[in-house]
Ligand binder design. Structure first.
Ligand code: AMP
Length: 403
């Protein structure tokens, strides 16, 4: 099944896919999954990618970037000359979604795509690799594992894609990604997509690209309408109570970001006890558990999904009414990235952040980026933390009292 076919509305343009230079069979395959018009990122990227240019694409999650790189690849490659397309993704979910998209749009050229993700057995993947795939979609660890075992060659790669590139180039994945860059031919097309791209990361990315065109379609958060921001500033001991209160107050679908797996675990138990339909995804959950959790949210089996940031990257969920940050995100970019999962298209959404005074500096930075103060809110039954203008000495006193 094509996972992405769940109806949702990444705002489309008026252009047609044929106008962008895609062939008739590919356009027909898109029609079969309900893609009538390209999204803005597709409209901008596809002609450039078809012309062979390297691309840095900056757009929110859910904006249609799989099509932006997948369609030119499906158009250029034909079956049977070794693995020529390599798409690296940070999570298994994104990898699976990408594979199912390529299966649909690569039909005319009989393209076969193999998915190499961690958390599942090596054997079946080795069998798949023996069947002469044209494209590999992979998470970096498993790709490297199979490469070192000599189960696949990378010396014919013509198209290299880094999805969620900011994350692929951060410290966790970087060593593996650097090795991949060494293993693939210099003569290739490279495309990187991301919702955030700090300048240090972009400078690094450019070292592996040839005069990339940069397409930046991220909405300016100052003008992003439809998102209501809320800040729940509480004492450190009250963060849990605040999360439970929000879950009880809000009736719509809710995606909660937590930093630690243990928090996802206790919150699941507690929310279940209080009668909420809830699921969680984090790195200790198996592949099938994660897929089931996402599918369950899509189909309304549970209303609340708890996710650690890494497991939640690039989740393709049609409608989230309420995003909750349990703890301030590490950076302004993360805050904006998460907020981008609500209020898509014409929808409205809420982003609530539960934080303590320790996050004051982060709050200030986010307020500066948004160009407005985060409205302070109070959850039922939870005492708000009282902000005061204090001298440094006074602040230290308050801290001592709280710790
Ligand atoms: P992506 O950002 O590629 O993960 O896409 C987000 C969602 O939008 C997926 O559910 C896609 O199936 C859907 N989508 C992408 N492009 C289009 C399009 N041109 N028309 C309709 N839906 C689309």
């Amino acid at each position: 099944m094509f996972h992405g076919a769940v109806p949702q509305d990444p705002t489309a343009t008026e252009a047609s896919f044929a106008d962008l230079g895609l062939s008739e069979p590919v356009v027909r395959s898109l029609d079969s999954i309900g893609f009538k018009h390209p999204t803005p990122i597709q409209e901008q990227v596809i002609p450039k990618a078809l012309a062979g240019r390297d691309v840095i694409g900056l757009a929110q999650t859910g904006s249609g970037k799989t099509g932006a790189f997948g369609l030119p690849i499906a158009e250029h490659l034909i079956h049977g000359k070794g693995v020529r397309g390599l798409i690296l993704c940070p999570t298994r979910e994104i990898a699976l979604q990408t594979q199912s998209f390529l299966d649909v749009v690569g039909k005319d050229h009989k393209l076969s795509t193999v998915c190499l993700i961690g958390g599942v057995k090596l054997g079946p993947q080795i069998d798949d690799l023996r069947k002469h795939p044209d494209i590999v979609v992979a998470t970096p660890g498993r790709l490297w594992d199979q490469f070192q075992r000599k189960n696949l060659k990378l010396d014919r790669i013509e198209k290299l894609v880094l999805d969620e590139a900011d994350h692929m180039l951060d410290l966790g994945f970087l060593p593996q990604i650097l090795r991949v860059f060494e293993a693939v031919p210099d003569e290739r097309q490279t495309m990187m997509f991301s919702a955030t791209m700090p300048s240090t990361v972009e400078n690094l990315a450019r070292r592996f690209m040839r005069e990339p065109v940069r397409v930046d379609l991220r909405p300016d958060m100052r003008t992003a309408e439809g998102i209501e921001h809320r800040l729940y500033l509480v004492e450190p001991d009250d963060t849990k109570a605040c999360l439970l209160a929000l879950a009880a107050e809000e009736k719509g679908s809710m995606l909660v970001f937590l930093r630690r797996k243990v928090d996802a675990e206790w919150a699941t138990k507690q929310l279940e006890q209080e009668g909420h339909p809830v699921e969680r995804i984090h790195s200790d959950r198996t592949q099938s558990q994660r897929v089931a959790a996402l599918q369950g949210l899509r189909q309304g089996e549970h209303r609340i999904l708890l996710a650690t940031d890494i497991a939640a990257r690039g989740i393709d969920i049609p409608v989230i009414e309420h995003i909750v940050n349990y703890g301030m995100p590490d950076s302004v970019d993360d805050y904006i990235h998460r907020a981008g999962r609500t209020a898509r298209g014409a929808m409205k959404g809420t982003v609530s952040t539960i934080a303590t005074w320790q996050a004051k500096e982060d709050i200030r930075r986010i307020e500066k980026a948004l160009g407005m103060p985060l409205p302070r809110c109070v959850a039922e039954g939870v005492e708000p933390y009282v902000e005061r203008k204090t001298t440094i000495r006074g602040r230290q006193k308050i801290r001592r009292r709280l710790t």
